[in-house]
Design a binder for this molecule. Structure first.
Ligand code: NAD
Ligand code: LMR
Length: 325
């Protein structure tokens, strides 16, 4: 057994956390030989519910759980953490866009960015899940000047997994046979799920599906999947969000084995000409605990327009919360 690592989860009494914490405790993120100390953050009114979650965690008698800290103080919950899932934030309801949450949730991430800056391990890997995830990640990053900007990321993996699943279903194949899907930009209705380079069963997806399906069905279905789930379930996605959060952190920490994934990252150095002061999702590979943008892809005119639209939305969100940066 390795020495334990510290994993923080915020919003720990919420619906995503109710799946996420148990997956992490089971070893789905870092493997069956990696013990974890869980550091769970909530707000004071939810500490009773969090106590119930802690009771259930104990009742699972997980071999990998080496300790549990439950707190309403980010300075305690982020102390020495190696991995941090920032989930705690208000979810949207029917008829709302994720950007409608900007005002309600933005302050949370300036406070937590500072606490991470002051208390987390200097190599902490941070994943922002709470919406609007990309701009909340930018706020976190700007409030944590002592952390490497590369260590703060936002969750686009749910969109990526949704895109893979739609392609597999359409092609009569399986998600394990789908490669090189990209979701560019924002975790919002402007995101651009791109099949330009994607393959299924080793064949170009573009040769397997027709362009009308791609433009009129696939893109809007992936863009609107969160809203469709809210409509169907009466609550926003939870188990699938937790699954994607585990996928994101696992691939980042342990490597993606050459597989492309989508992650929201700080666009330093203008990759693909994107504004360098936003958190934007790119095609990424991970190795040795580091992510890297897949470079040199040819960008069609259609893609360029789609990428610019979602970039413009992120620039607008950044302007709306400029005082917190
Ligand atoms: P939820 O309401 O069930 O849980 C959120 C929890 O966060 C609550 O228990 C609340 O008390 C807690 N919380 C609020 N402020 C906090 C703070 N300052 N510190 C710590 N905890 C705090 O919501 P949920 O369904 O778990 O969703 C959480 C967030 O994740 C929402 O913003 C949702 O929109 C977002 N989300 C993002 C993605 C993605 O792909 N990026 C996917 C699904 C959901
Ligand atoms: C999702 O994509 O399911 C989440 O971001 C929740 C939402 O508001 O759509």
């Amino acid at each position: 057994m390795k020495a334990p690592v510290r994993v923080a989860v915020t919003g720990a009494a919420g619906q995503i956390a109710y799946s996420l914490i148990f997956r992490v405790a089971h070893g789905d993120m870092l493997g069956p030989d990696q013990p974890v100390i869980l550091q769970l953050l909530e707000i004071p009114p939810a500490m009773g519910a969090l106590n119930g979650v802690v009771m259930e965690l104990k009742d699972c008698a997980y071999p990998l759980v080496a300790g549990i800290v439950a707190s309403d103080d980010p300075n305690v919950a982020f102390k020495d953490v190696d991995y941090a899932f920032l989930v705690g934030a208000r979810p949207r309801g029917p008829g709302m866009e994720r950007s409608d949450l900007l005002e309600a949730n933005a302050k949370i991430f300036s406070v937590q960015g500072k606490a991470l800056n002051d208390h987390a391990s200097k190599d902490v890997k941070v994943l922002i899940v709470g919406n609007p995830a990309n701009t909340n990640a930018l706020i976190t990053l700007k409030n944590a000047p002592n952390l490497n900007p590369k260590n703060i990321t936002s969750m686009m993996r749910l969109d990526h997994n949704r895109a893979m699943s739609q392609i597999a279903e359409k092609a009569g194949s399986h998600t394990t046979k789908v490669e090189k899907v990209v979701v560019w930009g924002n975790h919002s209705a402007t995101q651009y799920p791109d099949i330009s380079y994607a393959t299924v069963d080793g064949k170009a997806v573009k040769s397997v599906v027709d362009n009308d399906w791609y433009v009129d069905t696939f893109i809007p279905t992936v863009q609107q999947r969160g809203a469709a789930i809210i409509k169907a379930r009466g609550a926003s996605s939870a188990a699938s969000a937790a699954c994607s959060a585990v996928d994101h952190m696992r691939d980042w920490a342990l490597g993606s084995n050459g597989k492309w994934v989508s992650m929201g990252v700080f666009a330093a150095g203008n990759p693909y000409g994107i504004d360098e002061n936003i958190m934007y999702s790119f095609p990424i590979t991970c190795e040795n605990g580091q992510w890297k943008i897949v470079e040199g892809l040819e960008i069609s005119e259609f893609s360029r327009d789609m990428m610019a639209k979602t970039e413009a939305e992120l620039v607008g969100e950044r302007e709306a919360i400029a005082s917190l940066l």
